[in-house]
Design a protein around this ligand. Structure first.
Ligand code: HEM
Length: 372
């Protein structure tokens, strides 16, 4: 796969091979950037994906330590407890949609529904005060934009850590029942360093927001463009809405590709040798459409499908926010379609512009008519 500026990496596009690779039973893959031998220009647009110091770029015991610093707070119980807050936020956003309709009679669901819900949910969990959220939204958009120029990339990179430090300072003064307060105590106990604290906060905010936003937009778009599937979902129950969410994850993976793993020695996979020091990218969009795994109709959106997708990853680095993302999507999507049963796309599907990103997969906007 060719990344911006001609930087190349390998993609393993068969789901079963990717699962084997990500499980990494022989410990031959590292996520530590220092093992990557490719040259990248200063201000490379995907810098924000690889130049971080958190669990995403750590291996073995270091990875477990950093991951535990989050999972010690983000327990299944705590996620379940956010359910009431999520349901209330969804209702508020749905109430507000008619106020957001423009002069042309349309409203952008990406801006007014899919984005504010996960941003608000993750910021509340991380302990980010309201006043910082707009800047976070801008910075997240920027790190996923692979068309950003070098100056923007450098400015974004320079801004992230001070912003996280400000939020941590705020939380030190006003501790709460939030992840930042928890991570501050982990730092005070010497479990994590100051730079791991801010990079972990940033990871949680960016991963928690962008991906779930895409899931909500992609799921809505899929139903609006597949009336037969929408009718099935409308007629169904909670199980059916969970199936809508799982099929969206497979068919239109919110994370298209994820950087990167570096083989510590040459590895042989699928009849190919990948040399030590190259980058391997996990292509979640591609494996979601793998005909060998999902069948000859893998390109079809079908909520009755029974094959399991891999869009939350696999192995030690598998997504730790999957339950939170599923909870938001299975709350938001049925509520949206129940409240606005005549919801319709306001443009042709072909007019929807994709995110300018090799990583984040969705459309920039989702203009709809509410039909009320
Ligand atoms: C639809 C929503 C989401 C999708 C599709 C998604 C997808 C993924 C994938 C594919 C990975 C593994 C990447 C790899 O190593 O190849 C991952 C890791 C991760 N995700 Fe998610 N994610 C979602 C939501 C969330 C949420 C809501 C959070 C935060 C609460 C989150 C936090 C993380 C973190 C911290 C990791 C790194 C885990 C590690 O390296 O050990 N994600 N996610």
């Amino acid at each position: 796969m060719e990344l911006p500026d001609g930087v190349v990496g390998w993609v393993v596009t068969r789901q079963e091979l990717l699962a084997e690779l990500l499980t990494d039973a022989d410990n031959v893959l590292s996520k530590d950037l220092s093992h990557w031998t490719a040259e990248r220009p200063e201000g490379w647009p995907l810098t924000g994906m690889v130049e971080v110091t958190n669990m995403v770029t750590a291996d073995g015991p270091e990875h477990r330590r950093l991951r535990r610093s989050v999972t010690g707070f983000l327990t299944p119980r705590r996620v379940k407890d956010t359910g009431t807050h999520i349901a209330a936020l969804v209702q508020d956003l749905l109430d507000d949609l008619p106020q957001q309709v423009g002069a042309d009679g349309t409203v952008d669901l990406s801006a007014h529904f899919s984005s504010p819900l996960p941003l608000s949910v993750i910021c509340q969990l991380v302990g980010v005060p309201e006043s910082y959220r707009l800047r976070i939204r801008e910075l997240v958009d920027s790190i996923f934009d692979h068309t950003a120029d070098a100056q923007e990339v450098l400015t974004t990179q320079d801004d992230i850590v001070p912003l996280m430090e400000n939020i941590a300072d705020f939380r030190r003064e006003r501790p709460g029942d939030d992840l930042t307060t928890h991570l501050i105590s982990e730092r005070d106990r010497g479990v994590i360093t100051a730079s791991e604290l801010s990079d972990t906060m940033w990871l949680m905010v960016s991963a928690g927001y962008e991906t779930t936003r895409n899931l909500l937009t992609n799921g809505t778009r899929a139903l609006l463009t597949h009336p037969d599937q929408r009718a099935l979902a409308d007629a169904g129950d909670a199980v059916t809405w969970a199936a809508v969410v799982e099929e969206t994850l497979r068919w239109d993976s919110p994370v298209a590709n994820f950087l990167a793993r570096y083989p510590l020695k040459d590895i042989h996979i699928g009849g190919v040798t990948i040399p030590a020091g190259d980058a391997i990218i996990a292509p979640y969009s591609a494996v979601g459409r793998d005909v060998e795994f999902h069948g000859a109709d893998a390109n079809r959106f079908d909520i009755r499908r029974t094959t399991k997708h891999m869009s939350f990853g696999a192995g030690p680095h598998a997504c730790l926010g999957a339950h939170l993302a599923r909870l938001q999507a299975t709350t938001a999507l049925p509520a949206l379609f129940a409240r606005y049963p005549h919801l319709a796309l306001a443009v042709e599907e072909s007019e929807l512009l994709p995110n300018p990103s090799a990583i984040s997969n969705s459309t920039l906007h989702l203009p709809v008519t509410l039909g009320t």
